[in-house]
Design a protein around this ligand. Structure first.
Ligand code: ADP
Length: 446
């Protein structure tokens, strides 16, 4: 097992990884920008290295600085966390070339799934159902117009290198195709440095359902059931729950098996998530995330598995410590993503936390790096806490969530806690009857 792991990330996820390492007897190295010198993961890690100024390009995305930190501290392995360099195949290769272990899948798999066009083709080959659309990229406006007539309306044009809910344009009729196509390409070039785009049918009322898996690349591959992430704003997840209220046991077993069979065939090793849209009983692949996900704790809660620990074990060459039949589905779990934003306008609200009290009690977990006196810097993602609750049933889970949200005090900044309190009392949410458009319709945005 590794003796020392460098955590190439910040915020709550850096803390999450630190915690798993400590419980495994592994020393941790935190890296941080000058804006994060007082961050919780920096305080708790065994060693910390400042790698640059606040701008992510000069710090958390600075490959040379991170590798230098790994070299001078003698770290055996690098855990990239979520976002930043976590799906960067070139960085994964550099990590290995410099004699460290990459806690993640192979660069080849990162590359394959990082390009959404290639990912869709791979999914099809592996027997995973995909959203009907263009076979491959769409290289010209003429092709876009011709394909649009075949796909039908509405349709969505998506950037091959897109992520974080960006790089997507919907066209409702043939008159909108040329403009949507050109805007999508231009925006993709600016945001991702790659103007490759593809087209697919825009589903009217799907749910976003994703399957969490972990594989050891030695024949072991287990799924941890599914998460429902349909409560979204701007294609980004706001509340997630596991299991999905929309699936019965037979459906979840079937999709779980489809996914694990595909991953074994691919030779995948590490944690990963296959994302689907689910409409009228059918699953359609949209993408694979070849890393840990923000919402992984809800799967941990219903399965009793520490995913980060397992991910580290697998990277160190161990076989999975459990088999599919060991993974029982126990109760229900919901996660609220609490961000430092105004709960109605979503204006960013960085600043100093003058008062902090996290909820607790049975079935309540808070993954957060906040503490009284901490100043949230304005340079990074606005996620400041994940409130995760577990209950024997969905009903118990909802009551517990209501109770926990009511206890949560984050003073000095605006947060989305009031939004979560409102959402969990909505009839549609209480009954589990919502799709990916529900939240935006409720907010009058659609
Ligand atoms: P990203 O990598 O940016 O997260 P995804 O491909 O995972 O992009 O899609 C994010 C969200 O965008 C989905 O959860 C869904 O809400 C919406 N979306 C993507 N593709 C479609 C589609 N074909 N039809 C309807 N909604 C879609």
């Amino acid at each position: 097992m590794f003796k020392k792991v460098l955590i190439a990330n910040r915020g709550e996820i850096a803390l999450r990884i630190h915690r798993a390492c400590k419980e495994m007897g592994i020393q941790t190295v935190a890296i941080h920008s000058t804006a994060d010198e007082n961050a919780m993961h920096v305080r708790l890690a065994d060693e910390a290295v400042c790698i640059g100024p606040p701008s992510p390009a000069e710090s958390y995305l600075n490959k040379a600085a991170i590798l230098t930190a790994a070299n001078i501290t003698g770290a055996d392995a690098i855990h990239p966390g979520v976002g930043f360099l976590s799906e960067n195949a070139e960085f994964a290769e550099m990590v290995v070339e410099h004699g460290h272990t990459w806690i993640g899948p192979s660069p080849a798999h990162l590359r394959m799934m990082g390009d959404k066009i290639e990912a869709k083709e791979a999914a099809k080959r592996l027997g995973i159902p995909v959203v009907p659309g263009s076979d491959g990229g769409v290289d010209s406006e003429e092709d876009a117009l011709r394909l649009a007539k075949e796909i039908g309306f509405p349709l969505i044009i998506k950037a091959a290198s897109g992520g974080g809910g960006r790089g997507m344009k919907v066209a409702n009729s043939i008159n909108e195709v040329a403009e949507a196509y050109n805007i999508c390409r231009t925006e993709a070039k600016v945001a991702f440095g790659d103007d490759a785009v593809y087209m697919e049918r825009y589903l009217g009322e799907p749910r976003h359902i994703e399957v969490q898996l972990i594989a050891d690349g030695q024949g072991g591959c287990v799924h941890l059931w599914e998460r429902d992430c349909s409560v979204q704003r701007r294609h980004q997840k706001v509340i997630e729950e596991a299991p999905s209220p929309a699936l019965d046991q037979a459906a979840r077993e079937k999709i779980g098996k489809t996914v694990t069979d595909a991953m074994v065939e691919m030779g995948y090793a590490s944690a990963g998530t296959i994302e689907f849209l689910y409409e009228r009983g059918e699953f359609f692949f949209i993408e694979m995330n070849t890393r840990l996900q923000v919402e992984h704790p809800i799967s941990e809660m219903i399965c009793g598995v520490d995913l980060v620990r397992e991910q580290i074990r697998v990277a160190a060459g161990h076989k999975l410590s459990f088999k599919q039949e060991d993974i029982k589905l126990n109760g229900h779990s919901i996660e609220c993503r609490v961000t430092a934003e105004h709960p109605e306008t979503f204006m960013p609200s960085p600043g100093k936390i003058c008062d902090y009290h996290a909820p607790g009690g049975l079935g309540v977990r808070v993954d957060s790096h906040l503490y009284t006196g901490y100043s949230i810097p304005p340079y990074y993602d606005s996620l400041v806490s994940k409130l995760i609750v577990h209950g024997d049933s969905r009903e118990e889970c909802l009551k517990r969530l209501d109770r926990a949200l009511g206890e949560y005090v984050i003073g000095g900044i605006q947060t989305t806690i009031p939004l979560h309190q409102k959402l969990i009392h909505e009839e549609a949410f209480k009954s589990g009857d919502y799709d990916i458009h529900w939240l935006e319709k409720l907010m009058g945005l659609k």
